[in-house]
Design a protein around this ligand. Structure first.
Ligand SMILES: *Cc1c(COP(=O)(O)O)cnc(C)c1O
Length: 391
């Protein structure tokens, strides 16, 4: 029997990962985030909270997600490849794991409303879903350009009862939606800011990492059940870094397991890329210290990737630490390589992944060719959203 449970080790982090992480925030936010941090530390370790979280993951999200032996892909590549199927979760990706965890916390804190930022709309939909489930009003901030580009997800959020607030700031995309949501959060301390990835100031990476660690806990147990041993390597796509840390966290102490992250490479060359760990520099950006894509003066620049979920100039502080300490390796995967993997996996296995997840599949195909080894690839989401695009 596979147990659905998050990794208790994720609770001991205190927000710094080597020289990275921390909370670089305006003084007005200090009290709010300290309260949030204290509340999370107290709740997350109680049996009551853990039971509620795990029950919702089972009965609402549909966990545990399958670990599927991809026989056709394995024969094609020449290595044994298992796919961790986060695409089978309710709402179609790993993002719901984190939303369920944070919404439970918000409810217990007595939050009057939920706010969130979204780029492509995936995190907005998952947040609106969780907010509907627990009956808390929800506002989603979104760049005005994204509101136009992602009409389907905007309609889904409306249907779920959320208010979508287009922002006309800056370049009118994700980074500006974050700024708008933060501004609202400062002025409305009764609200709960539900952040969608392994980024931002402490305690967000700690909370998100804990809620997503259920992915790796399950996968580790599943591969031991099927193969009676640990994999030689594991793979995940890396945008902000939450699905990757969710998988990686269960294997960090297993030094024989190689850990590989696939970044959105764009056209493969700076500055047309979202490969933050490959082309970025240590920088303070949106509340945390980590790598960031910057210009010659050290200012953050817009990223570029075919995958909206990977298209972010920042990255989780823990991935920055794992890169510097060589525990994990990160590679840029180009738009073109991802599209090829997306098409190949659809034909070989009947699984159309999100274009984000296809980056991890592409990296696995490249590194595992005729290696005769055993690997797990995280399929972070399903690809329905990408089918209408001309790729
Ligand atoms: C948002 C998203 C990602 C990237 O976000 P992470 O925080 O890096 O996991 C990857 N895959 C899918 C399907 C997504 O929706």
């Amino acid at each position: 029997m596979i147990e659905v449970k998050p990794n208790p080790k994720m609770l001991v982090h205190q927000g710094t990962y080597g020289e990275y992480g921390g909370a670089y925030i305006p003084p007005v936010l200090e009290k709010q985030l300290q309260q949030l941090s204290d509340f999370f530390d107290k709740q997350a370790d109680t049996d009551e909270f853990k039971t509620e979280f795990v029950q919702l993951l089972k009965n609402y999200v549909g966990r545990p997600s399958a670990l599927f032996y991809a026989k056709n892909l394995s024969e094609y590549v020449g290595s044994k490849i298992y796919l961790k199927r986060e695409d089978l979760n309710h709402t179609g990706s790993h993002k719901i794991n984190n939303c369920i965890g944070q919404i439970l916390l918000a409810k217990k804190m007595g939050a009057k409303e939920i706010i969130a930022e979204t780029g492509a709309g995936q995190h907005g939909v998952a947040t609106a879903t969780a907010a509907a489930l627990l009956g808390i009003p929800c506002k989603v901030f979104m760049g005005a350009i994204d509101v136009e580009r992602q009409a389907l997800n905007v309609r889904r959020m409306h249907l779920l009862g959320a208010e979508v607030i287009p922002t006309e700031l800056g370049s009118r995309t994700l980074k500006d939606a974050v700024d708008a949501a933060l501004g609202y959060y400062i002025e409305n301390p009764d609200s709960f800011y539900l952040l969608g990835s392994h980024v931002g100031p402490h305690p967000y990476p700690k909370m998100v990492g804990y809620f997503q660690s259920v992915i790796g806990q399950e996968a580790r147990q599943q591969i031991l059940d099927f193969e009676n041993r640990l994999p030689d390597s594991i793979f995940a796509s890396v945008g902000g870094g939450s699905n990757a840390i969710g998988l990686f966290s269960a294997f960090l102490d297993d030094t024989e397991v190689e850990i590989h992250g696939a970044e959105g490479g764009g056209d493969g060359q700076y500055p047309n890329t979202a490969a933050t760990l490959t082309f970025g520099k240590p920088t303070v950006f949106q509340g945390t210290k980590s790598y960031c894509l910057v210009d010659a003066e050290g200012n953050p620049i817009p990223s570029k990737s075919i995958a909206a979920g990977l298209d972010y100039p920042g990255i989780s502080p823990q991935h920055a630490f794992l890169k510097d300490s060589n525990r994990a390796k990160y590679y840029p995967v180009t738009d073109q390589e991802a599209v090829s993997a997306y098409k190949l996996l659809s034909k070989l296995e009947g699984i159309t992944t999100a274009i984000e997840s296809a980056h991890a599949v592409a990296l696995a195909i490249k590194l595992l060719k005729n290696k005769n080894s055993l690997a797990i690839v995280n399929v972070s989401g399903r690809g329905d959203k990408d089918v209408e695009r001309d790729m």
